[in-house]
Design a protein around this ligand. Structure first.
Ligand code: GLU
Length: 304
């Protein structure tokens, strides 16, 4: 397969879409990002890599970080995590309070904000410095020791984190959050403010395309079943309120974030990260989703 040529075709086909959509508007740091940018990286399980555009530019990974925290919690606590968080798509906004009341403080899945806050609570209890552990994990997976979080993004997020505080306090009232809420929300917003490149993201997600093995050393970090489960949760819950449309158009497990990244996994074969800041109404990057759709159409690679 000539991935270089495929990436070139994709780039030229998605270029008209770069003017579409809106960049995330809830904090100034994200509002300032220029829409006219696109990057994409592919990492095969054989170790070959292909990039195009701004694939080596640092971007705000936002909700993509929820996959890393989920994987770290799952690695530590195994099936026990499912007592405190579900694994069904929510069909609601990623920070919705409504379902939580009906479902007694147990969030639908680990990728909506309340679910990720519960995961953060697990890590908070386990580690003295949970953010350091998350950073250590992504640095290990990506092979990039320079990955860090952006403090001004984190600080801005904290100023506008009222709904996340509300979600956390509400769950605490049901006994499903143990930590001190301001500290927990600080940890959560900090991991959302991590910056990585498309190359870092694609390299890291090889954990899930390689049955839970460390992408570099081959060491088993997750069991094969755990990797399968994480891919399944990405497939069913990874794209906000467009999981059905994404499954239909792209057909691979993936996770998106409001920074404009979408990172996907084709188990046993490769990983793929695309980034473009213009978002649709659900918070998914218009051009990145299209790029992944073109990739699976052109290559015939998908899980369906
Ligand atoms: N930090 C964002 C929030 O909690 C995450 C946004 C996202 O990518 O979904 O609101």
């Amino acid at each position: 397969m000539d991935y270089t040529k495929i990436l070139e075709e994709i780039y030229s086909e998605i270029t008209p879409l770069l003017s579409k959509g809106k960049v995330a508007g809830y904090i100034p740091e994200l509002r300032r990002v220029s829409k006219d940018q696109f990057g994409m990286a592919i990492c095969t399980n054989d170790g070959d890599e292909y990039i195009i555009g701004r694939a080596e530019k640092y971007l705000s990974i936002q909700s993509v970080s929820k996959v890393f925290t989920f994987a770290l919690a799952y690695k530590n606590f195994g099936e026990k995590i499912w007592k405190r968080v579900g694994r069904e798509p929510s069909g609601s906004k990623f920070n919705s309070l409504i379902l939580l009341e009906n479902e007694k403080g147990i969030p639908r899945n680990p990728f909506i904000n309340p679910g990720s806050l519960v995961i953060a609570d697990m890590l908070y209890k386990k580690y003295r410095y949970p953010l350091n552990e998350v950073l250590k994990f992504v640095r290990e997976l990506s092979g990039n020791p320079n990955i860090s979080f952006n403090t001004s993004v984190r600080n801005s997020e904290l100023k506008y984190a009222n709904i996340n505080y509300a979600l956390a306090y509400f769950m605490k009232s049901f006994g499903n959050i143990k930590a001190d809420i301001p500290q927990l929300v600080d940890f959560y917003t900090s991991h959302c403010a991590i910056e990585m490149t498309c190359v870092d993201l694609a390299r890291s997600f090889r954990l899930f395309s390689q049955q839970g093995n460390n992408p570099w050393s081959g060491e088993k970090l997750l069991t094969s079943s755990q990797a399968k489960h994480i891919n399944a949760v990405m497939m069913t819950c990874g794209l906000y309120n467009s999981v059905g449309d994404f499954a239909y158009r792209v057909g691979i497990p993936a996770k998106s974030g409001v920074g404009g990244a979408v990172v996907g996994v084709i188990p046993e074969k490769l990983t793929i990260a695309a980034w473009a800041p213009g978002l649709d109404v659900n918070g998914n990057s218009i051009a990145a989703v299209k790029a992944l759709e073109l990739f699976t159409d052109k290559t015939g690679l998908s899980i369906y």
